[in-house]
Ligand binder design. Structure first.
Ligand code: AMP
Ligand code: MG
Ligand code: MG
Length: 362
């Protein structure tokens, strides 16, 4: 038997490795449920569906991560009965060796359970899933450290589904800020165009106005926050513009981390960071704006009259305290700080941010 390593694998790397492994299982569960032909659709609210695939994938992901990391806070999109029996084979025990083969970036080595929050969207793009637009569907597992999106898994269960019945389905994209993103071929969008992606199934006039103000040459309306960020990663669009409060933390945490890890940005439409600490409001009440390049250009293009309808996230007291501490340390030592610094709060009136929802879901 090999001797135990003197340096145990840091929490963030184990969390990501477990998240990658369980995302494959969640993808299998989603595909199996679709094959039964009975999606068990429930209407959670206006234009907001849930299927048995959403429910089962969340049970699998949350139960697995909770079993392996019992002290870490995990928030899943779906409200489920916590007493429900989880099938034994839903608990994935593996840690993905591909993730573990990477060195842990310095800034994460000492991260502890209480600094981490996991945001789970077991099936992003449910409306499109029920309509057979299968490549719009993703499984999203985001790892937030000190309230910032740092690690993410985007599993696309129907990648390749149009290639015919014998094609291998599914792919897993993951990333960690400071390490990079893996599982896709990065691309650059055409320089002579301005391709903007936005919602397909939740549109309204303000969303359309915001997109139009960014001077698109083409508008690509597709489902899912995960899928839209995949379009950015692969260079198929220049920006994802969503002037709506409809997206939640589980929609953006994983995509933001994966995008950020290759140098892109995902913020609210005011250009402020979206925050992911445990008691933040679940809604992205500032909307969503994601780009690989020229982020500020898009922020500036969105008219103030539109921005006035949106509210940025409010940092937690701990985040503000950490920031004050860091600022005083920098002042004393000229230190550039680590890769898990709390975010900059550049603008916006945080006092207007709505109270966070007390509907904690597990
Ligand atoms: P979309 O781009 O419309 O596919 O939305 C991305 C994610 O945000 C999906 O998980 C949607 O369910 C969610 N979402 C966006 N707008 C709304 C809304 N008005 N009501 C409920 N969920 C929404
Ligand atoms: Mg979603
Ligand atoms: Mg969902």
């Amino acid at each position: 038997m090999a001797a135990p390593s003197a340096f145990p694998t840091p929490l963030v790397m184990r969390l990501l490795a477990a998240s990658v492994s369980v995302s494959y299982k969640a993808g299998n569960i989603i595909r199996d449920i679709l094959k039964t032909g009975d999606l068990g659709i429930i209407e959670k609210g206006k234009n907001d569906l849930q299927t048995e695939a959403d429910r089962a994938a969340q049970r699998c992901i949350v139960a697995t991560l909770h079993k392996q990391f019992p002290k870490v806070a995990i928030f899943g999109e779906e409200s489920l009965d916590p007493t429900e029996k989880i099938p034994d084979d839903y608990i994935v025990k593996d840690l993905d060796p591909g993730v573990l083969s990477h060195p842990c970036p310095e800034g994460y080595k000492d991260v502890t359970d209480d600094q981490v929050v996991i945001w789970v969207d077991p099936l992003d793009g449910t409306a499109e899933f029920t309509q057979g637009l299968l490549d719009h569907v993703t499984v999203l597992i985001g790892v937030a450290v000190n309230g910032e999106a740092r690690g993410g898994v985007i599993y696309q269960p129907y990648y390749n589904y149009e290639a015919g019945p014998d094609a291998d389905l599914g792919r897993c994209i993951w990333g960690l800020v400071g390490l990079g993103s893996f599982g896709f071929i990065p691309g650059t969008p055409p320089a002579d165009k301005n391709l903007i992606t936005t919602t397909r199934s939740h549109s309204d006039w303000i969303i359309t106005e915001a997109v139009n103000s960014c001077e698109p040459t083409d508008i690509i309306r597709v489902g899912g926050a995960g899928h839209k960020v995949l379009l950015l990663l692969e260079g198929k669009v220049h920006a994802y513009v969503f002037a709506s409060k409809g997206c939640k933390k589980w929609d953006t945490c994983a995509p933001e981390a994966v995008l950020h890890a290759i140098g892109g940005r995902l913020t609210d439409i005011l250009g402020n960071p979206i925050l992911y600490h445990a008691n933040v409001q679940r809604q992205n009440a500032g909307g969503v704006l994601a780009t690989l390049q020229k982020h500020q250009w898009y922020v500036d293009k969105i008219p103030q009259e539109i921005k006035d309808n949106f509210v940025s996230d409010k940092p937690s007291e701990e985040m503000l305290e950490k920031k004050r501490l860091l600022a005083s340390m920098k002042f004393q030592s000229g230190d550039a700080g680590s890769s898990v610094d709390p975010p900059e709060f550049s603008q916006g009136d945080y006092s207007k941010a709505s109270k966070c929802s007390d509907k904690t879901k597990l």
